[in-house]
Unconditional design. Structure first.
Length: 360
């Protein structure tokens, strides 16, 4: 079977909306894919601010933002299709939406982006709320990308994604374990904004900073890091807990960038230590953090000591892996096949996730 699908991802780093158009082919349970086109649309400052403050909105305004963001996503898809002259029939759109509330222990989980609005605008079937069934079954609802790693990518031991939040998947033959590690690009971007930069390109500002050991020690003492998996982080962990700790240190921004980069590297290595083997294993790194050469170098300095090598894939995969997997998850939802793994989330079973909307 061949499927033409669109995937959309709005990450916690608030750097824009990723859109990919993918052709999937499934033959006897084996999946292959080809990305036909991909781009990232920047949010306006007004929309970025609304998304950033979404959890503080009254219910009526929150619902209006859900509608407006769904409209934005739908219009973005139409513009993307027209711009790239993608005339082929699109079978489905998989939209992750923008995560706001994430308290799975309370059964609370939501991503902004009204699927009905998207489908009405695009006249294409849309799948949204890709975590809800897993949470209903007692799972964390995150991470959800390991299903795509399993079906689409080669065999590697570790898959690290460094986005607004860093998360890792550990692949064994029998099962996959995955969990969130720490806040990542969201914090680095917030610090960079203090120097009037959207982000620290290549980690060059962090490279020029100095490590502050006192701050590093405080960051490393967060209780979350000692929790057993399955576990996941809300965006507020970075904005409401981590960032205030950094601000209170009152150190130079470059020193803060350097220290937080070191913190990410140390927490990644700490997270995978229980899974290391005598043989040499490889870690595939994706997400915006894979383009942060200073962060990657600090990671490599630690990983080499435990016999783990780094694989940096082609730029298109680095930047659009999550959107690609949202497209795959939507295709699996159409096929009524499991698209979230309980070994990752801790749910009672594997499950089919996603609300399916038909606008035509």
């Amino acid at each position: 079977m061949i499927y033409n699908a669109i995937g959309m991802m709005s990450g916690s780093s608030l750097d824009g909306l990723d859109i990919v158009y993918v052709e999937f082919q499934e033959v006897s349970g084996k999946w292959t894919f080809e990305i036909k086109s991909a781009e990232t649309g920047s949010f306006t400052r007004a929309l970025q601010k609304r998304l950033m403050n979404a959890t503080q909105l009254p219910a009526r305004e929150y619902l209006k933002l859900d509608f407006d963001f769904g409209k934005y996503c739908g219009e973005s898809v139409n513009a993307f299709l027209k711009k790239n002259r993608l005339s082929k029939k699109t079978d489905v759109i998989g939209c992750h939406g923008h995560t706001t509330f994430h308290e799975p222990h309370k059964g609370i989980e939501h991503q902004l982006g009204n699927g009905a609005v998207m489908s009405a605008i695009t006249k294409i079937p849309v799948v949204t709320q890709l975590r809800s069934m897993d949470v209903a079954l007692g799972g964390q609802g995150a991470p959800i990308v390991p299903i795509g790693e399993k079906l689409l990518f080669g065999e590697n031991r570790y898959y690290l994604n460094i986005g607004g939040i860093a998360n890792v998947s550990v692949h064994d033959k029998k099962k996959i374990i995955a969990f969130d590690i720490c806040a990542a690009n969201r914090i680095l971007n917030m610090l960079s904004a203090q120097l009037h930069k959207k982000y620290d390109k290549g980690g060059q500002m962090a490279l020029r900073g100095k490590l502050n050991q006192q701050l590093l020690n405080k960051l490393n003492k967060q209780k979350y890091y000692s929790h057993a998996y399955p576990k996941s982080l809300p965006n507020s962990f970075g904005t409401d807990i981590i960032f205030p700790i950094i601000r209170k240190s009152e150190i130079d921004v470059r020193d803060a960038l350097s220290t937080y980069t070191e913190h990410i590297a140390q927490q990644v290595v700490k997270a995978i230590l229980p899974f290391r083997r005598k043989q040499r294993d490889m870690m595939v790194i994706t997400g915006g953090g894979a383009l942060n050469t200073y962060l990657v170098s600090r990671l490599n300095s630690y990983l080499e000591k435990i016999n783990v090598g780094i694989v940096i894939p082609e730029k298109e995969i680095i930047e659009y892996k999550e959107a690609l997997i949202m497209a795959l998850m939507a295709v699996l939802r159409l096929r009524n096949e499991n698209n979230v793994l309980s070994s990752v989330t801790g749910a009672g079973r594997n499950s089919v996730n996603g609300a399916l909307w038909f606008g035509k």
